[in-house]
Design a protein around this ligand. Structure first.
Ligand code: UTP
Length: 404
């Protein structure tokens, strides 16, 4: 840890001296904790230039629903073999804050039930359990949390007896945090002597898992593939043998479940190729003309929407693990302490600095786009109401025969 004088110099060189105003009024313990927090800042994350992607983009073709149907048995057999051999682990990304949902509890603890309880975590675990039971497989479940929700997530799942999942197959690991800044790049405080920190995005999942020793542990158990998925798609099919088999047989080190975008404006990332390699463009980075381009059949050229369900071969991830991935600045609403009072902004006032899992894809040589039926596999919970919300997720769950 750096001392006060060192921190002062450092902050001056970074244009962040405002953080130390009021420092003299803190007690010794607070001072120490604050200097500690500042010492831990990953400046590279804050200082990297916003992502500028270069190289022309091209559509990336993949397996359509029809092609998958034609090879269903072949894919399922290959995937089942991998599952039964214990080569697959599931990785749930649950470190996000769910700011759009507006609750400070872990997103997975949200209760979607109407006449009974049905938590988001429960939906996910039940989906995974269905595979484990049907194929007689053992699939470790690794859950990524952050400082903001680690304790509550662990306690919640323990209280609910892991919704029936074998406790010895559930593992937790924590991702890192990064400071939030205002729109001029000044670091915000959460409180007197406390930085406003937020999870540093879902792109660091593999390095965080490595640091926690879980990659080695999984490898020692014979695991070769990670199926990484977001906590918030309640129709997520995890460890799907057909997806596994198709990716394995395609020879790619990576596979991505995709849905056909329902409109050029739909807010999902798009799987495509850039400079010859697979890449995903976030919806806010896709210009209008490209988003609207169509092929001869009238289909969107850039229409493979990703649903945050990926397969990665561990050996390929290890090869690229040391490489840097870009930092994205996401505009978000962040409550803060302005030195005198707490501010609860109504509009986006801050940047969060995040690396994203989708940027890992570009580092790998190939990625299989595997189309799935939107109505059966994609019900994201991002907002309280409206698009991709609790309401739409409930409707889709009902359509899939899930009792609420
Ligand atoms: P989102 O980008 O939708 O973020 O995460 P979010 O935190 O859930 O919601 P908002 O944007 O604040 O409203 C997609 C997936 O990545 C995980 C989330 O938990 C979700 O499963 N995630 C996101 C992390 O695990 N860590 C992060 O730092 C960010």
């Amino acid at each position: 840890m750096k001392n006060y004088e060192e921190i002062k110099l450092l902050l001056k060189s970074k244009g962040q001296e405002h953080l130390l105003s009021g420092f003299g009024m803190f007690n010794q313990e607070m001072q120490k904790a604050f200097l500690n927090e500042i010492s831990a800042i990953d400046w590279a994350l804050l200082e990297e230039k916003p992502v500028e992607r270069c190289g022309g983009i091209e559509p990336l073709s993949g397996l359509s629903l029809k092609e998958i149907k034609n090879h269903y048995q072949e894919f399922e057999n290959a995937g089942t073999k991998l599952l039964r051999e214990g080569k697959v682990a599931a990785v749930m990304l649950a470190g996000g804050q769910g700011t759009r949902l507006g609750s400070s509890a872990p997103k997975g603890a949200y209760d979607l039930g109407l006449t009974k309880h049905l938590y988001i975590f429960e939906c996910q675990i039940k989906n995974l359990l269905a595979v484990v039971d049907k194929y007689g497989a053992r699939v470790p479940l690794l859950i990524m949390t952050s400082d903001k929700n680690d304790r509550t997530t662990r306690a919640f799942l323990k209280k609910h007896a892991y919704f029936g999942y074998a406790q010895e197959d559930v593992f937790f690991f924590k991702q890192d945090m990064a400071p939030c800044t205002d729109l001029n790049g000044k670091i915000l405080l959460e409180d007197r002597g406390r930085l406003a920190l937020s999870p540093n995005g879902n792109g660091g999942w593999f390095s965080s898992m490595q640091r926690a020793g879980l990659v080695e542990k999984m490898k020692a158990q014979g695991v070769e593939w990670f199926n990484v998925f977001s906590v918030d798609n309640v129709l997520q099919r995890i460890a799907d043998p057909v997806f596994l088999g198709a990716t394995y047989l395609s020879g790619n080190a990576c596979g991505a479940k995709t849905v056909k975008k329902n409109s050029p404006e739909e807010r999902v990332g798009v799987l495509c190729k850039r400079g010859g390699f697979p890449d995903i463009i976030e919806y806010y980075e896709l210009d209008k003309k490209t988003a609207n381009a169509r092929d001869n059949e009238g289909e969107l050229l850039f229409g493979n929407g990703v649903i945050l369900n990926y397969l990665f071969r561990i050996s390929a991830l290890e090869e690229v693990a040391g490489q840097k991935i870009p930092v994205h600045r996401a505009k978000k609403k962040v409550d803060f302490f302005d030195g005198e009072k707490y501010v609860f902004p109504q509009t986006e006032n801050a940047y969060k600095y995040e690396t994203l899992i989708l940027d890992l894809i570009h580092l790998l040589k190939g990625c299989l786009s595997f189309e799935v039926e939107r109505e059966r596999e994609f019900a994201p919970v991002k907002n309280a109401t409206g698009v991709d919300s609790i309401e739409t997720a409930r409707e889709l769950l009902k359509k899939n025969g899930v009792e609420l």
